[in-house]
Design a protein around this ligand. Structure first.
Ligand code: F6P
Length: 321
């Protein structure tokens, strides 16, 4: 293998730049020429390829987002479009592709792999919802951002005896809510993977105030259903009569400088992805399991599902009595 390319696809996540840097530097270190594909799979189809040298990834390890830009590319499902992408790669002589992104990106990579093209994925999404890995790039930073934001809201909550419902991101998964909820000592957590009982939530809030608490924080995952934060806030206000506010943290959770952990894991995953291509291990995704770097075949992942750690959910419940 002489030339490889790297792209980021789907939603950006803090740490993607550190992963791009690792791919480029490890690639050059091992004697490869490395290209970057701009604008994800759309850019691949359009042949938007740029040669990356050591300097092109200088001064980016600490930056959020992705220097390669992202795109969702809805029409990458068709074989025609995939073949067009493969022609673009062939034209430049690129023999392997590294795809950084969430479940949509991995699906795109799997399609190229089915066409026989050597592809390696790196899981990158703040949602932490990719099967086959305990961790996805960006999750730690997003949780830290949410915790920091809620710590600030908490000042107002306690100064005014308020209840705050905070809606955090997570398109389908409750991981951000779970870790944030533990991190801020939330009274209640609402995630898509567990049933919730509004009466129990109300009872917890009332109990808290009765024993002298000056505020209540309820963390809700957006993935429960659209508008869940606002809905919960209204319901709690009506049922308790307590001053209740809703804050939707939104995209601020996706930006910012990656945490040290995200920089580390992105660097490790980026280098590992290059090594796998060099060892002719293709059609796989790099992941972390029990603290170790691993890789799994893409076709296996397509049938798998991300499983949330419900022990943490029960821990949260037992700590917020
Ligand atoms: O997948 C990451 C994520 O930030 C989700 O948490 C969120 O639901 C979604 O992307 C938002 O996507 P967009 O930026 O396209 O609105």
């Amino acid at each position: 293998m002489k030339k490889i390319a790297v792209l980021t696809s789907g939603s950006d996540a803090p740490g993607m730049n550190a992963a791009i840097r690792a791919v480029v530097r490890r690639g050059i270190f091992s004697g490869l020429e490395v290209y970057g594909v701009r604008n994800g799979f759309r850019g691949l189809v359009e042949g938007d390829l740029i040669s990356m040298d050591l300097g092109s990834v200088g001064d980016i390890i600490h930056r959020g987002g992705t220097i390669l830009q992202n795109d969702y590319c809805e029409n990458f499902q068709t074989v025609e479009v995939q073949k067009k992408a493969l022609r673009q790669l062939k034209e430049v002589g690129i023999e392997g592709l590294i795809v950084i992104g969430g479940n949509g990106a991995i699906k795109g990579a799997e399609m190229l792999s089915i066409q026989g093209y050597p592809t390696v994925c790196i899981p990158g999404t703040i949602d932490n919802d990719v099967p086959g890995t305990d961790y996805t790039i960006g999750f730690d930073t997003a949780v830290n951002t949410a915790v920091e934001a809620i710590d600030k809201i908490r000042n107002t909550a306690s100064s005014h005896d308020r209840t705050y419902v905070i809606e955090v991101m997570g398109r389908h998964a409750g991981d951000i809510a779970l870790w944030t909820g533990i991190g801020v000592g939330a009274e209640s957590l609402i995630i898509p993977e567990a049933e919730y009982d509004i009466e129990d939530i109300i009872a917890r809030i009332k109990h808290g105030y009765k024993r002298g608490k000056t505020h209540s924080i309820i963390v809700v995952a957006e993935g429960v259903r659209k508008g869940i934060g606002t809905e919960m806030g209204k319901m709690i206000q009506e049922k308790t009569g307590f001053d209740t506010k809703v804050t939707i943290l939104g995209h601020l959770q996706r930006g910012g400088a990656p945490s040290a952990y995200d920089r580390m894991i992105s660097s490790q995953m980026g280098a590992k992805a290059v090594d796998l291509l060099n060892e002719d291990k293709k059609g796989v995704m790099v992941g972390v399991q029990n603290g170790q770097l691993i890789y799994r075949p893409l076709e296996e992942l397509m049938e798998d599902q991300h499983v949330i750690n419900l022990e943490i959910y029960h821990l949260a419940r037992s700590l917020s009595i």
